[in-house]
Design a protein around this ligand. Structure first.
Ligand code: UDX
Length: 478
């Protein structure tokens, strides 16, 4: 049999946001390396950004059976697509992308009349509409949930929380313990649940969306997760009772790097950034002492107010530590209202700081000069930090980030949870704790988990085997 015509064709469709696009591109490359045909469906807006900020097109040109396709996201081109307007994106996807997706699969560019039939679809679990479309056209669908499994498990427990009367919250004590999330009793508080649980009633849009997501996920052929068995087994075994075909294949960004170590002739992984990476920070890092720098980034969607910006800035400067700070364009609410910057902040920043608008984050975290990460606890950032053994100071904004930061501090012992606080005195103290006072304690756990993470994607490791199993299951669908 001709091996080319006998290989499956996988359609990959990420949620159009930085984190999911990155995860799905990494997965696409893993599948291409296994000889599968892959179509990567990206929204028009983000596809243009990806092409203008990276060399992704030439990187994937080496895989003759890979191709990009694009689809509209239902937003006007002048929509800023910022974190505070993310719900507009979901409305746009439902109103415009869903019918276009159906049309693409039934009579358009992905229908079997126009090209090789699609064997299966892998979509982000938040694109819940895709399952109905897939069922209508008779194509098996796998969900890839790119948020954290501990966060996802709290979604699965939402009905229990409601039945037990723990949701909506009673009273104003966000430190009140939560009892109805199996496996998290004893350390989960109201403030650690996903941000939308703070809504005053059950009609909240995001809460309803999460409930729809968990109803839909078990109907899929399988659920792919960006984690490794050794990290999340308690939740994975509980999820398996709802979704038996579970594939924990993470940390997804580490597979290609591990493979590159074993086969140095492979090209280095491509950037997947939707903003232009400023490489000058790597030169700056080269001149800094070992583990002396705290890296600050709040990811691709989180925002801070101009007040919070000043609290962070003072806290960082007063800690006396060196810092590399990503200030993403449009990430400061009311930036134009930031008054004159005090001279001592500007001088200290010039002396021991570096500010960029977007950094090559994985390289930054792997740099020997970086000793800590002040993060918004997005799941990709958390895993990237974990793989490099970098302790974290967590300042979560929304969705799973509140759960992740609690796990970082209470379960994995990788750092400090600073949620719901933004005060220069606290920031100064916590930066000092992270970088000096409690550094050895965090480094011990960080080194242990980094080793486990890397082992999981190495030949014979749990995620290596689960990825192989996913590929075999896809091949069996033909
Ligand atoms: C969103 C949600 O906020 C998060 O809770 C969920 O877990 C995933 O989706 P996002 O804000 O995109 O996350 O954060 P994260 O998941 O951490 O992903 C950000 C990605 O951007 C990381 O892979 C990181 O390496 C990359 N990044 C960030 C850069 O490459 N450069 C930067 O300067 C900042």
């Amino acid at each position: 049999m001709d091996p080319i015509s006998s290989s499956p064709h996988v359609l990959i469709f990420p949620l159009p946001l930085q984190g999911p696009i990155k995860c799905m591109l990494k997965l696409s490359e893993c599948l291409c390396l296994a000889g599968l045909e892959v179509t990567f469906l990206n929204t028009v807006h983000y596809h243009h950004r990806l092409l203008s900020c990276t060399d992704i097109q030439s990187h994937f040109a080496r895989y003759p059976r890979f191709r990009f396709e694009t689809i509209a996201d239902g937003l006007t081109e002048d929509n800023p697509r910022t974190g505070d307007r993310v719900m507009e994106l979901f409305d746009g996807l439902e109103a415009m992308t869903k019918p276009l997706f159906r049309e693409m699969l039934t009579s358009g560019s992905l229908s079997s009349e126009s090209r090789r039939p699609v064997t299966c679809i892998i979509v982000d679990a938040m694109l819940i509409f895709a399952l109905d479309v897939a069922e209508q056209v008779g194509i098996p669908l796998f969900y890839f949930d790119t948020i954290s499994p501990c966060g996802l498990w709290t979604y699965f427990c939402l009905p229990k929380l409601i039945d037990a009367g723990e949701l909506p919250f009673k009273g104003n004590d966000l430190d009140a313990p939560i009892k109805s999330v199996q496996g998290m009793e004893g350390f989960l508080r109201q403030r650690d649940l996903p941000s939308f649980c703070r809504a005053s009633d059950l009609t909240d849009y995001q809460l309803k969306f999460a409930m729809m997501e968990i109803q839909q996920v078990p109907r899929a052929r399988g659920l792919i997760l960006n984690t490794f068995k050794e990290l999340d087994e308690p939740f994975l075994s509980q999820m398996r009772s709802l979704c038996p075909n579970l594939y924990p294949i993470g940390p997804i960004h580490t597979h290609l790097k591990t493979r590159l170590n074993a086969e140095p002739t492979l090209p280095p992984p491509s950037s997947t950034s939707l903003w232009q990476e400023d490489q000058s920070c790597m030169i700056w890092l080269n001149a800094q002492p070992f583990k002396s720098v705290i890296y600050i980034s709040i990811g691709s969607l989180s925002m801070m107010t101009s007040n919070q910006l000043m609290e962070f800035w003072h806290g960082l400067v007063n800690s006396g530590h060196r810092f590399l700070w990503v200030r993403r364009p449009n990430s400061i609410v009311g930036e134009n209202r930031v008054g004159p910057i005090p001279k001592e902040l500007l001088e200290a920043t010039k002396e021991r700081g570096c500010i960029v608008s977007w950094a090559p984050q994985e390289d930054v975290l792997a740099h020997p000069a970086v000793g800590g990460f002040l993060t918004h606890s997005g799941w990709n950032s958390t895993l990237e930090s974990m793989v490099e053994g970098v302790p974290m100071l967590c300042w979560p904004s929304f969705v799973d980030q509140h759960v992740n930061s609690r796990f970082v501090s209470e379960v994995w012992k990788l750092g400090i949870d600073m949620k719901d606080t933004c005060d220069r005195v606290v920031i100064e103290k916590m930066v000092k704790d992270l970088m000096d006072v409690r550094r050895d304690e965090f480094l011990q756990s960080a080194e242990r988990l980094a080793k486990l993470a890397k082992q999981s994607v190495s030949e014979g490791g749990s995620s290596f085997c689960n990825l192989k199993c996913l590929i075999e299951d896809i091949i069996r669908l033909m």
